[in-house]
Design a protein. Structure first.
Length: 515
């Protein structure tokens, strides 16, 4: 049977695209089969094209490795190769390192491998062979043994860092840059080539080292993969402004994406990554810099915040959430009951509330407050803040709930399950609350966001109550960019005084009688 020209193949039932490749005749005996099938894990044609090209590249390197004549590898290259193992371990446990005891036990076992070549072969041999195959390399026994030694050092370093993370220390590894950037020394210098994904990795390294959101790299990588799929190549120096402009036109008019989405998501990601390449002298110019997209002024047909009726509808439904029938978990019932109310009286982002832990409820200067901090999860500005609680929240029993709760998060039960970068349990709860607002509270107008509507409404309510802008911004975690905000402090006394100006939301008669 003759296979079709290499391209993504769509599964007729699932719609998922696959790579399908014939194994070269001279390698069938070594591989043990005649065809390779691999899921590309996407149903998007453009995405599948880019992923197919990358998997095909890896497969070609594997064939090259199997055919290559074994040769000695220099030490610098071996250290660079071991860096791949280090980075994989770090990425695998990026957001959930697990319990300290696991890594303490791992380090104890790793320490027992020192000087035992046979044991290290069993521990690292398969990984070393996989890395060599990915790079299309074949080496002699001596170099392979040295690579296993370097893999041992790299894994120990990664395990040390994961132990620190599991104990709450997420500072960057000061020795992470000991691994050379390339697997084959001077190869890049000879050809002058650099891939778009190389630039992405340069940008990503700085982004994460600066303590910024782990979700952004995943989103940026998807946009870069889309560009690679459109271009049909990964040569960063071969990208022109016209290429980028044509891509944005394709996104707008062929893929039917909104101009704002293309400008703020796709073009912004490419501009940032290529900008990092220019800043680090890997490329001479940023091909995305001169490209612009005219974003039409958006029609505003209603307020961005909830109306009075919508707010009361959500809050009254929230009061009844704990008694609602069904098998909803305790944590979800808490979220439906309290997250809308806390958002209503603080104007906080929903994700800042769903990540609250018991010890984030504190007293400052005698005022009951919540502490919103990046330590608990995602905070857009990366800055912690203390927000006083409105007396109405206290009267409803919020602090009693907190006092009776177990240590840890209030609105979800911690799980060690591995999730995608940037996807946390708290963000999952945000989605649950959003769905509850639509399905149970019956806020079906799609022109208002089911959670973010509180943030807009708070500003409106605060203005009606006469709260000064600087206090609004301090409570909500907004920054106006002026130098004056850097002078002086907003005390809890002042913030509590201002937040008490907000009018109380009324309870339904039935719930009021129950209380």
């Amino acid at each position: 049977m003759v296979l079709p020209m290499s391209r993504p193949l769509k599964h007729p039932k699932t719609g998922v695209y696959y790579l399908r490749e014939r194994v070269p005749a001279d390698l069938v005996a070594l591989v043990g089969r005649r065809e390779i099938w691999k899921s590309l894990r996407t149903k998007e044609p453009a995405m599948a094209k880019g992923l197919h090209a990358e998997e095909k590249r890896k497969l070609d390197l594997r064939w090259k490795s199997l055919r290559a004549k074994p040769e000695a590898l220099p030490h610098q290259q071996l250290v660079a190769l071991s860096g791949k193992l280090y980075r994989r371990v770090m990425e695998m446990h990026e957001v959930e390192p697990g319990e300290p005891g696991i890594w303490q036990q791992t380090l104890r076992i790793v320490g027992e491998l020192d000087g035992r070549a046979d044991a290290m072969e069993q521990w690292y041999g398969e990984s070393a062979d996989a890395i060599l195959a990915e790079e299309g390399l074949a080496t002699d026994n001596h170099s392979r043994a040295r690579l296993i030694q370097e893999a041992h050092r790299a894994f120990r370093q990664a395990a040390d860092q994961q132990l620190k993370r599991s104990q709450g220390d997420y500072r960057p590894d000061p020795d992470a840059d000991r691994f050379p950037d390339v697997s084959k020394p001077d190869e890049g210098k000879k050809s002058g080539a650099i891939s778009i994904i190389d630039l992405f990795e340069l940008w990503e390294r700085d982004h994460l080292a600066d303590g910024k959101s782990a979700r952004t790299p995943r989103d940026h990588r998807q946009k870069l993969d889309d560009l690679v799929a459109f271009l049909g190549h990964d040569d960063a120096k071969g990208v022109t402004p016209k290429n980028v402009s044509d891509w944005t036109e394709h996104l707008r008019h062929e893929r039917k994406l909104a101009a704002k989405t293309v400008a703020d998501k796709y073009l912004s990601a490419v501009r940032a990554v290529f900008g990092a390449g220019v800043a680090k002298f890997r490329i001479d110019h940023n091909p995305a810099a001169p490209v612009s997209i005219r974003v039409p002024k958006r029609k505003i047909e209603r307020p961005k915040g909830f109306t009075d009726d919508e707010a009361k509808q959500i809050l009254n439904a929230a009061l009844e959430a704990p008694e609602a029938p069904g098998n909803t978990s305790l944590e979800n019932r808490r979220a439906y009951r309290w997250v809308p109310w806390i958002c209503a009286y603080t104007g906080a982002r929903c994700g800042e509330i769903t990540q609250l832990r018991k010890d984030d409820f504190v007293k400052e200067a005698g005022v009951s407050c919540i502490r919103i901090t990046p330590e608990a999860g995602s905070v857009k500005t990366g800055q912690f803040r203390i927000v006083p609680l409105h007396p109405h929240l206290v009267e409803q029993g919020l602090l009693k709930l907190v006092a009776d709760a177990k240590e840890g998060p209030l609105f979800y039960k911690p799980s060690g399950r591995k999730r995608k970068d940037g996807v946390t349990q708290a963000s999952y709860v945000v989605g649950k609350v959003s769905k509850w607002v639509r399905d149970v509270a019956k806020i079906t107008d799609r022109r208002v966001q089911p959670n973010h509507g509180w943030r807009h409404r708070f500003k409106t309510q605060a203005r009606d109550a006469g709260i000064e802008q600087r206090y609004m911004d301090a409570i909500q975690g907004h920054e106006d960019g002026s130098a004056s905000v850097q002078y002086g402090e907003n005390t809890m006394k002042a913030l509590s005084r201002e937040i008490r100006k907000l009018s109380r939301y009324s309870l339904t008669d039935s719930v009021a009688r129950q209380r």
